[in-house]
Write a protein that binds this ligand. Structure first.
Ligand code: UT7
Length: 333
């Protein structure tokens, strides 16, 4: 039995991501709202974000998945399980995983959606890796994709500047015991439900003309409250996973934080004692893409040739719920 409690290790063996071409820069918001480029850059680190004008989350997911499959040299029929992490499913049901399966033409799999807000990909990675470790699955497609523009109120300067649209995908399969998903520390706290949510459209407040008039189909965030908790939990969970695995800053190749605010990423980096080059940051180009941020970073850094087999990589996140945590990955390919 290994440290994860099983006989097998699961690792990421391919990555892919896709973003729409349409760019919204900060000046776009300054042209009609009381905001400006300087405020947005200094308070968030965001310079621009991508917007999907036509289509839905599944379209971005499928494009990212095809890239990951092609890089691995697999066809859609090789996939046994699709897990789609998203807060912007194409519809409440059927599962977006089914729509992705059909668009890919994957004939030998089952799948489901996972919703854990900005920690979705991390929670999905834990779930997918456990499926592989259990011996039940050898080829899992894990997707993090969100069309945040579909639930963003472009008249609310508190939130509209933050979000972008994107899709990321990874493939998980069995790897050698000293590689892959090494450890995870994940937590939830429902006390966070008051500070970051989409109030309408669920069973509590089904969509009506009234809920729409009140804007309950948009993201609401009490930014300052979420910020304070995010700084603590992301920094502490990242440091915790590093320390309990006997790793110091020099042993870490990269921290891959969920990209919500540059100041939160800086706090996590400082708590871990890392240099700036050890942190993957793309929030300046894409904003907060919720479930897509982490796989997208991995895909970009892999494509740039910056990841090496055996690299220790800490993934960490914080999001609505609250949901948060960190996963230690030893890069497998
Ligand atoms: O991804 C899931 C988890 N989410 C997070 O981790 C996000 C956490 N929160 C944040 O990133 C930050 O709180 C924000 C970027 C959302 C906001 O930054 P802040 O420094 O916390 O600003 P604030 O909300 O405290 O607002 C400060 C001031 C307010 O004005 P008053 O009340 O002091 O007069 C806001 O109305 O800045 C104002 N403000 C803006 N001003 C210019 C808020 N948004 C804007 C804006 N442009 N876009």
């Amino acid at each position: 039995m290994n440290k994860r409690g099983g006989n097998r290790h699961a690792g990421i063996t391919a990555v892919g991501h896709w973003v729409p071409d349409d760019v919204l820069d900060n000046n776009f918001f300054a042209s009609y709202l009381d905001t400006n480029d300087e405020w947005i850059v200094t308070r968030t680190g965001i310079r621009e974000r991508r917007i999907l004008r036509e289509g839905a989350t599944s379209d971005m997911a499928v494009r990212a998945a095809r890239i990951a499959l092609e890089r691995r040299g697999w066809t859609p029929d090789d996939i046994q399980l699709i897990i789609c992490c998203t807060v912007t499913p194409d519809m409440l049901f059927p599962p977006t995983a089914c729509l992705i399966q059909e668009k890919l033409g994957a004939k030998n799999c089952w799948g489901f959606d996972m919703t854990a807000a900005c920690s979705g990909f991390l929670f999905g990675l834990e779930t997918a890796s456990r499926m592989v470790e259990s011996g039940g699955y050898d080829r899992v497609l894990l997707i993090g994709a969100d069309k945040m523009s579909a639930i963003t109120n472009y008249q609310d300067r508190n939130t509209c500047i933050l979000f972008g649209d994107a899709g990321g995908a990874v493939i998980l399969e069995p790897v050698a015991e000293d590689l892959g998903i090494m450890d995870s520390y994940l937590r939830i706290d429902g006390a966070g439900k008051e500070f970051l949510y989409m109030k309408g459209g669920g069973s509590l407040n089904p969509a009506t003309a009234e809920t729409v008039a009140k804007g309950w189909h948009y993201v609401y965030q009490d930014g300052k409250t979420v910020f304070k908790r995010a700084v603590v939990e992301m920094a502490e969970s990242s440091a915790h996973i590093m320390e309990r695995n006997g790793l110091s800053a020099k042993d870490i190749a990269y921290l891959v934080p969920h990209q919500a605010n540059l100041r939160i990423l800086d706090a996590a980096r400082e708590r871990m004692g890392l240099a700036k080059e050890q942190v993957m940051i793309n929030i300046d180009r894409y904003g907060n893409t919720t479930d897509a941020t982490i796989p997208m970073c991995l895909s970009e850094w892999w494509a740039a040739g910056k990841l090496k087999k055996g690299d220790n990589i800490v993934l960490s996140s914080f999001g609505a719920g609250y949901t948060w945590g960190a996963i230690l990955v030893r890069w497998a390919y």
